[in-house]
Design a binder for this molecule. Structure first.
Ligand code: UDP
Length: 239
């Protein structure tokens, strides 16, 4: 038939750990490489929305162990994600890729507020949209927000880029030589076996709403572009 084919729209989740390159702060070598891989996929027509974590700056749970009230620590964590968003935006724009940051905590000088309809319009115009400040609420995670945003702006799947692994395994591959990577994994097994995919709140939201999740390794060159374009890398988590 000559019906127009709907463009592929996906949500990429990047952990703060990836941005930090294992340290506190932003590793610009890593961020610029990821940005160029994202820009390449957008050139091929993929609509890319991104949720960025903040673990390279602060995690509320850790701050609370160190004596800061949990909610305040969580807000510090959310603000950390915004710095990662701005770094990624900068490198995307250096690639010539128009990019908008939308935050769940309003900060008009640095970003737009989160407005889902506007995010969709940006994507339709070929802009990358980066979502910052998580859900804007303590006790949530950027993993949970990834699923929620993907659902709200109608993404086909969530692509979880990980450091140090290529997918989800039967056991920790760094500790257990017999660990095997799943190419496909059910939500139920991921939840029941407590496999290292994402937190249970995020996973159960994905299961309840049938949002597919692909977990893949960020480090191999071109993996980000390949995942965005729909290559079957790593582990697919679905029904
Ligand atoms: N956070 C939060 N609410 C959210 C998202 C994030 O309170 O909706 C806080 C929380 O303290 C979290 C920190 O921000 O530890 C950084 O986010 P996350 O740990 O999800 O980042 P990642 O592990 O992906 O680097």
């Amino acid at each position: 038939s000559n019906k127009p084919v709907a463009p592929r729209r996906v949500l990429l989740k990047l952990s703060g750990e990836a941005f930090g390159g294992g340290a506190v702060g932003v590793d610009t070598t890593v961020v610029s490489r990821i940005a160029s891989e994202i820009a390449a996929a957008v050139k091929h027509g993929v609509q890319v929305a991104i949720v960025v974590g903040g673990g390279n700056f602060f995690r509320g749970a850790q701050l609370s162990q160190a004596g800061i009230e949990r909610s305040r620590g969580d807000y510090m964590g959310m603000l950390g994600t915004v710095m990662n968003c701005l770094a990624l935006q900068d490198f995307l724009e250096q690639e010539g890729q128009a990019t908008r940051v939308q935050t769940a905590i309003t900060m008009g000088q640095v970003a737009e507020p989160y407005i889902p309809q506007k995010a969709i319009r940006h994507l339709e115009k070929g802009r990358v949209v980066i979502f910052g400040a998580g859900a804007g609420m303590p006790y949530f995670s950027t993993d949970t927000v990834s699923i929620q945003r993907a659902l709200e702006i109608h993404c086909a799947e969530v692509l979880m880029g990980k450091n140090g692994v290529e997918g989800v395994y039967t056991a920790d591959p760094h500790k257990d030589a017999t660990a095997k990577m799943f190419t496909r994994l059910s939500y139920k097994r991921a939840l029941v076996d407590n496999l290292a995919v994402m937190d249970a709140a995020a996973l159960s939201m994905a299961r309840d709403n049938n949002m597919r999740i692909r977990v893949f390794g960020l480090e191999k060159s071109d993996n980000v572009t390949k995942a965005l374009q729909g290559e079957a890398l790593g582990t697919l988590v679905c029904d």
